[in-house]
Write a protein that binds this ligand. Structure first.
Ligand code: KIV
Ligand code: ZN
Length: 512
């Protein structure tokens, strides 16, 4: 019998809690479909009780996904659990993940509950959840900083109540690999019914050790589920990164001796889709999915790799989905070639109407840009998604003038609920003038907390992909826009962020 490691992806829940990373229902659905192609075992789709939008997203994902378990998070109370159960009704395989904090600090300062009250609430929550669904995961939030005796008592009780997976979060990223591994081992050895549940690790990256801690939880502690996110997305310094943990277990099978269901060829596509949807750019030297992860710049390395690849490469770039920056489509490519390339990139489109709209945008781009790369196609479909959020604002056209020694001027035409308006302004540079032109009309009052430009496929002929992060009344959103003209890309990104500010409902944070 093989020893299987379960990959539990929480990009759409814990990853989405990162300020500015919130996604629309359709964006989440699209990512969930790619996670299913990646053969993730469990997709944590959201936190249904946190907002109506998230409830609808989890429901849509539960109805669409057939090959992965779909999970919904809930606090340890009947209302949250009931909402999760309702959202998961249509799932082929559903899981409720319920949690309550067990560390002295969290119980006293956040929950204002005694340990006995927390113990009882955990017991009742798991009992209630098991009455709704057969697959129930329990997490003692801030578990790693909890008193071991108390934690053993709570976990023994919830396993008796039918919890099928026990997840031990290092909520604040405080753990050290050896200590965390031994902590899981200690819990499994001390809890008499520990063999009735699958043990899971959930590590945050505040000290940069989320992946190492998770792997120690597996190797030393005997955990058989890892909770992780694409690109390590998540609050603060993020979560354990899926691509790193998966490739570590696969590349060092000699050490871990574990099997994975993951189809690693979709890793790069998933990384790009998450980055382009959220606007969280992947650092070039990021393991596995960074642009430089397989690039050999030094002469000695290049020489070695040309002679024998494994002199400097421990993984093959193509095994994780890297293709050489090749021209994939052009002006003359037809709708079928475009549709097939979308499928190869893992982009699922439901309706013919959606494909037609994306194809139209592709044709417009191909008219202006002779070579179209995979990155362009992904940007184009992500940008299309973003531009549909709420449909409050949509870009129409832009003209600007800049000349050395003169203050740049911009005129932007855009629609507000379908009606065309024009904004004009000057600014420090053409981008500044264009965004001020939009703001002169919208008057959102939002503060810009981040502006970044990235050349999608590396050269000056590339499309520029712009991320704009806006903050208003305590909410933070990211807008992404792509265009061969970076001033236009900036205006699109700004309008997309304004759309998100308009449409995003108040949400309850999972760890709040
Ligand atoms: O980090 C954490 O403790 C969590 C729980 C809600 C599982 O994300
Ligand atoms: Zn977490």
């Amino acid at each position: 019998m093989t020893d299987q490691l379960i990959i539990f992806d929480t990009t759409l829940r814990d990853g989405e809690q990162s300020p500015g990373a919130s996604m629309t229902r359709d964006e989440k659905l699209r990512i969930a479909k790619l996670l299913e192609r990646l053969k993730v075992d469990v997709i944590e789709a959201g936190f249904p009780a946190s907002s109506n939008g998230d409830f609808e997203a989890v429901k849509a994902i539960a109805n669409a996904i057939k090959d992965s378990t779909v999970c919904g998070l809930s606090r340890a109370n009947d209302r949250d659990i009931g909402r999760a159960a309702e959202a998961l009704k249509g799932a082929a395989r559903g899981r409720i993940h319920t949690f309550i904090a067990t560390s002295p600090l969290h119980m006293e300062k956040k929950l204002r509950m005694s340990p006995d009250e927390v113990h009882e609430q955990a017991r009742l929550a798991v009992r209630f959840a098991r009455n709704q669904i057969g697959d129930v995961e329990f997490s003692p939030e801030d578990g790693y900083r909890s008193d071991p005796d108390f934690l053993c008592r709570v976990l023994e009780t919830v396993i008796n109540e039918g919890a099928t997976t026990i997840n031990v979060p290092d909520t604040v990223g405080y753990a050290i690999p050896e200590l965390y591994g031994n902590f899981i081992k200690m819990l499994r050895e001390r809890i008499p019914n520990s063999d009735k549940a699958i043990w899971s690790v959930h590590c945050h990256n505040d000290l940069g050790m989320a992946v190492a801690n998770s792997l120690a939880g597996v190797k030393i502690g005997g955990a058989r589920q890892v909770e992780c996110t694409i690109n390590g997305l998540g609050e603060r310094a993020g979560n354990c990164s899926l691509e790193e943990v998966v490739m570590a277990v696969k590349t060092r099978k000699d050490y871990f001796g574990l099997d994975l269901r993951i189809d690693t060829q979709h890793i790069v596509a998933a990384s790009r889709m998450v980055s382009q949807t959220t606007g969280f750019v992947v650092q070039p030297n990021k393991a596995v999915v960074g642009a430089n992860a397989f690039a050999h710049a030094s002469g000695i390395h290049q020489d070695g790799v040309l002679k024998a690849r494994d002199t400097y490469e421990i993984m093959r770039a193509e095994d994780v989905g890297w293709t050489a920056n090749k021209i994939v489509l052009g002006k003359l490519s037809g709708r079928n070639a475009f549709k097939q390339r979308l499928q190869e990139l893992g982009v699922a489109m439901d309706s013919e109407g959606e494909i037609n709209a994306a194809f139209l945008r592709f044709k417009e781009l191909a008219d202006r840009k002779s070579e179209i790369f995979d990155e362009d196609i992904l940007a184009l479909v992500s940008a299309e998604e973003v531009s549909h959020v709420g449909e409050q604002f949509a870009f129409v056209s832009l003209s600007q003038h800049s000349e050395t020694g003169e203050r740049p001027q911009a005129k932007v035409v855009f629609t507000v609920q379908g009606k065309e308006v024009t904004g004009e302004s000057d600014g420090n540079g053409p981008v500044d003038a264009s965004l001020k032109a939009i703001e002169s009309h919208v008057k959102s009052g939002a503060e810009m907390v981040l502006y970044s430009v990235n050349a999608i496929s590396g050269s000056t002929e590339s499309q520029g992909e712009v991320t704009v992060r806006l903050q208003n009344a305590g909410r933070v959103v990211n807008g992404v826009g792509a265009d061969p003209d970076i001033v236009v890309a900036s205006a699109k990104a700004y309008l997309s962020a304004l759309n998100k500010l308009q449409s995003q409902a108040e949400r309850v944070a999972a760890q709040g």
